[in-house]
Design a protein around this ligand. Structure first.
Ligand SMILES: Nc1nc2c(ncn2[C@@H]2O[C@H](COP(=O)(O)OP(=O)(O)OP(=O)(O)O)[C@@H](O)[C@H]2O)c(=O)[nH]1
Ligand SMILES: [Mg+2]
Ligand SMILES: [Zn+2]
Length: 357
């Protein structure tokens, strides 16, 4: 984490966040009694955050749960007590489903671009990448597929072709992460004001990319050559400033991904199929054997590719299997409101105390 002073804009602050401040908060910001901080690390009992001048460790007060904060979040804190006053509304949020609780787990917030990292080896699986693409589309985050370890194969073209075929306008970058002349191709997504998260399985080179783009020396780990499996070297999510001024989130390797509320994302990823479904005779067509199914017709006359149809169906099936959450609003967001209220009460109590004694 750089030690030199940064402006709020350097940290990713924008009109979107500023416009959420009340008149009172704006005044306190001018007086510097209220400090906006950006969450860089989320631990079980504490949060790390970066402010203009330095890094801070925030220990949440009772009733706060660190699981409701994401790396990349903006919080307003009280300069005197160091307490979090409130979490600002997120521009975007990447999250996945935890099947045991049927609740979302926050991966990163206020992200513009998702680097979906895979290697030119046995790690590359289109179904796996489809899930990340749907997650990005759901969150309104631009996906970019990064194919690493091109130096380990004679010909990376088949991997590049497969990735490009996943979605018409998808950006795909294939590179040897260790080559400084190639890594700079990723810098166009890492300019000031831009926020990037990386996701993928263990051993694909996420932390190696982080080290190259941020001039860091975080731990990386060799993979098992027999099946290209990594060793889960990174154990926590963290936010870092890139050399070119953006902010990059490294994440631990994911073993299994369960999508959380991904239907909108899947529809966006497969707009052609979504549009076709509107032409099916029955509104609740399952696209199996019903008469008047527009998808079946498109498959028969080959205007719809069968592999693409299967990918779409698999994603929808996977996302329905687990997420039957009836709530329209995110549970974590409701929880957040409760926490904000509790913090305000706690604040008042703390401010009253000196007068009493
Ligand atoms: N040859 C080659 N090795 C690479 C490349 N990218 C990463 N590696 C190596 O792959 C291994 C795994 O890289 P990491 O950066 O630790 O992978 P990771 O995705 O962060 O893994 P986790 O932290 O376990 O999720 C390391 O030995 C890296 O040096 C590449 O483009 N070419
Ligand atoms: Mg790592
Ligand atoms: Zn149909």
């Amino acid at each position: 984490m750089p030690r030199q002073p940064l402006s709020l804009e350097d940290l990713g602050w924008s009109h979107f966040f500023h416009s959420q401040l009340t008149a009172d908060e704006s005044e306190q910001l001018k007086l510097m009694t209220l400090v906006p901080l950006r969450i860089t690390d989320v631990h079980r009992i504490r949060l790390h955050a970066r402010g203009k001048d330095r890094s801070h460790i925030l220990v949440p007060i009772k009733s706060q749960n660190t699981a409701n904060f994401a790396v990349g979040d903006w919080v307003l804190t009280d300069l005197i007590t160091g307490h979090i006053l409130r979490l600002l509304e997120r521009k975007t949020v990447l999250q996945r489903l935890i099947p045991r609780s049927n609740q979302p787990q926050l991966i990163a917030a206020n992200i513009d671009t998702l680097f979906i990292v895979s290697s030119c080896n046995a790690d590359f699986k289109t179904g796996w990448i489809d899930q990340f693409l749907a997650m990005a589309c759901e969150a309104d985050v631009t996906p970019v597929v990064i194919l690493t370890k091109t130096d380990k194969t004679d010909n990376p073209t088949p991997w590049i072709e497969q990735a490009k075929n996943l979605s018409p306008s998808l950006s795909v970058e294939a590179l040897n992460v260790h080559d400084p002349d190639q890594i700079h191709r990723l810098e166009k997504w890492c300019q000031p004001g831009q926020n990037i998260a990386m996701i993928g399985s263990s051993g694909v080179g996420k932390s190696t990319i982080l080290n190259a783009l941020c001039e860091l020396d975080t731990a990386t780990g060799a993979i098992r050559e027999s099946d290209a499996q990594g060793r889960h070297t990174t154990t926590a999510r963290s936010l870092h400033q890139t050399k070119s001024g953006g902010w990059l989130v490294d994440t631990p390797g994911i073993r299994v991904l369960h999508l959380y509320e991904a239907e909108k994302g899947i529809n966006r990823l497969f707009t052609d199929i979504t549009e076709l479904t509107e032409k099916c005779h029955f509104r609740d067509c399952t696209h199996n054997d019903e008469p008047g199914c527009a998808l079946k017709a498109a498959l028969s006359d080959r205007t719809l590719d069968r592999t693409r149809f299967k990918r779409w169906k698999k994603l929808l099936q996977d996302s329905h299997k687990l997420s039957d959450t009836p709530d329209e609003t995110s549970p974590s967001w409701q929880e957040q409101r409760r926490i904000t209220k509790a913090i305000k009460q706690d604040q008042k109590r703390l401010k009253r105390k000196p007068n009493r004694s």
